[in-house]
Design a protein around this ligand. Structure first.
Ligand code: 13P
Length: 289
C-alpha cells in the first residue's frame, strides 16, 4: 500500500476512541522495526523523523525512498503515514515536495500571530497535495541545557484559532514534556485537556508529545478524552541502547562474527519491535488497519 496522509487515520482514531502511535525513526533498523510491529498487530502507524534525524540519514528524499521501498520489500499492507516531527516552515514545505504524507509545522517558539499565519500557509500548501498538517500551540516542555521545564498548558483560545486554520491534528501542552519525566512531575493536566477538547470540538484529533514514560492509566485516560496521536521516541532509544549494551557486555560481539553490524544491531531492533507492539496494544490501535 502506498504511503497515506494522516487525515483519515486520525479522524478514525478520534471517533473510535483509540490512538495511533507516532514513532520517531532514526535509521534503517528502527524503520524496519516499526513497520514489522505495525504489520504484526494489523495497526495503522505513523513513522516520523525530526529534522535532525532526516539530515542524519541523508535527507528527506532518502527517508521517503527508504520507507516506500521497505513497505514494498517487507510486504507491508497496513496504512503507513510518513510525517515530519517539529518542522520549521521551510522544512515543512520541503517535506511536502519530497513525498512526506504529513507534516508538523512547529511555530510554537514564534509570536502566536506569526505561528498562526505560517500555519495557514502550510495548511494551504499541504492540503493542495493531500498532505495532513499538525501544528502546536504553547510549547511542550522538556530538558534544555540541563533545565527541566514542567510542561506548559496551551492557551484555549489559541487552540481554537489554530484549529480554525484547517489543521488536521493539534499538539497542545497539557503538562507533558519530551524526554524523561522528573520524579516530581505532577502528571497530565486532565482538566485542561477536557477544556481544550470541549473548545476545539469533539472531532479534532489531539496530539500528545512526550509519550515516553507516562503511566499507562494516564495514557488511557488521555485517549478517552481526545488524544489520538501519541509521539514516542525516548523510550525506543533507551530500549535500543540497553539491548545492544547487554549484547556487548555479554561479550557476544567477540564471539565468531558477532561484531558484524547486522548482528550487533539486531538486539536493538528486536527491542524496538517488542516495545512498539506493546505500545500499539495499549494505545488500542491493534486490528484497526
Ligand atoms: P519522547 O522522546 O519523550 O517520547 O517524545 C517524543 C516526541 O514527542 C517527539 O515529538
Amino acid at each position: 500500500m502506498p504511503l497515506v496522509s494522516g487525515t483519515e487515520i486520525f479522524k478514525a482514531a478520534r471517533k473510535g476512541g483509540y490512538a495511533v502511535g507516532a514513532y520517531n525513526t532514526n535509521n534503517l533498523e528502527w524503520t524496519q522495526a516499526i513497520l514489522e510491529a505495525a504489520q504484526a498487530k494489523n495497526a495503522p502507524v505513523l513513522i516520523q523523523t525530526s529534522m535532525g534525524a532526516a539530515k542524519y540519514m541523508g535527507g528527506y528524499k532518502l527517508v521517503v525512498h527508504m520507507v516506500e521501498d521497505l513497505i514494498e520489500s517487507m510486504n507491508i499492507t497496513v496504512p503507513v503515514v510518513l510525517h515530519l516531527d517539529h518542522g520549521e516552515y521551510d522544512d515543512a514545505l520541503e517535506c511536502i515536495e519530497a513525498g512526506y504524507t504529513s507534516v508538523m509545522f512547529d511555530g510554537s517558539h514564534l509570536p502566536f500571530e506569526e505561528n498562526l499565519k505560517l500555519a495557514k500557509d502550510v495548511v494551504e500548501k499541504a492540503h493542495a497535495k493531500g498532505v495532513s498538517v499538525e501544528c502546536e500551540v504553547g510549547s511542550i516542555g522538556g530538558e534544555e541545557d540541563g533545565i527541566i521545564g514542567s510542561g506548559e498548558l496551551a492557551d484555549i483560545d489559541e487552540c481554537v484559532q489554530m484549529v480554525n486554520t484547517g489543521i488536521d491534528f493539534l499538539a497542545c501542552g497539557i503538562g507533558n514534556i519530551h524526554g524523561a519525566y522528573p520524579e516530581n512531575w505532577a502528571g497530565l493536566a486532565f482538566d485542561h485537556l477536557q477544556a481544550i477538547a470541549d473548545a476545539v470540538g469533539q472531532d479534532v484529533p489531539l496530539v500528545l508529545h512526550g509519550g515516553s514514560g507516562i503511566p499507562q492509566e494516564q495514557i488511557e485516560k488521555a485517549i478517552s478524552m481526545g488524544v489520538s496521536k501519541i509521539n514516542v521516541n525516548t523510550e525506543f532509544q533507551l530500549s535500543f541502547a540497553k539491548a545492544i549494551r547487554e549484547y556487548i557486555e555479554a561479550g557476544k560481539d567477540l564471539e565468531g562474527k558477532g561484531f558484524d553490524p547486522r548482528k550487533l544491531l539486531a538486539p536493538g531492533k528486536a527491542a524496538i519491535v517488542k516495545d512498539a507492539i506493546e505500545h500499539i496494544e495499549w494505545f488500542g490501535s491493534a486490528d484497526k488497519a
